[in-house]
Design a protein. Structure first.
Length: 197
């Protein structure tokens, strides 16, 4: 990805999305890209100095959502960013593909993913205030979510890449709770940080 290709994508998205939506997306992506540049994974910040001009929006009270083509673009982009050295993309991907709540995703452990039966078992959440697991929002939130083959493969690969990263870093107990969305140095993404991205 380079600045020209990214600008073309921004311009295309600007045809149907508001200026605020485009700015928010760019801000979130830019944070991830800056991290990748800082870590030496990519060479340059292709999100810097792009022109953002979305549609003027008349405020309406309605639910915000992506249409199908926007969702496909988002998933394609996020899948290409998934790497255990940056937990934002896998967090966003799991949420998009399962509909899980944010605290359910951050509380997801590897033993809650049944790779043999293609199921994610939602049994707990992560409590930031207690820095520990907590119950789901309500009893109805305890559920099994069937995942497709592509999502299963992405999670399986991510698990093995995460294990390799932890091994390469030679850290003692790098993932004490066996969390899926765990970074060995930063731990769990705090929801306020994720909203900034």
């Amino acid at each position: 990805m380079d600045r020209v290709k990214y600008q073309i994508g921004i311009n295309k998205a600007s045809e149907s999305l508001s200026n605020g939506t485009i700015k928010n997306f760019n801000r979130q992506l830019r944070s991830c890209v800056k991290f990748l540049v800082d870590e030496g994974i990519i060479q340059s910040d292709f999100t810097q100095k792009v022109s953002i001009k979305g549609q003027k929006v008349i405020k309406e009270n309605h639910v915000k959502f992506l249409n199908y083509s926007e969702f496909e673009l988002f998933i394609t982009f996020i899948k290409n960013q998934i790497d255990p050295s940056n937990t934002y993309p896998i967090t966003f991907y799991i949420g998009a593909m399962t509909g899980m709540r944010y605290n359910e995703i951050t509380g997801l452990t590897w033993n809650n993913i049944d790779f043999d039966n293609d199921v994610i078992k939602v049994r707990k959440t992560w409590r930031y205030d207690k820095k520990d697991f907590g119950p789901t929002k309500n009893e109805g939130s305890v559920r099994d979510i069937v995942i497709d083959g592509s999502t299963k493969m992405i999670l399986w690969r991510y698990k093995h890449r995460q294990e390799k990263l932890f091994e390469d870093l030679e850290l003692t107990n790098p993932n004490p709770n066996n969390l899926v969305c765990w970074h060995p140095h930063r731990g769990i993404i705090v929801i306020l940080e994720a909203n900034k991205h």
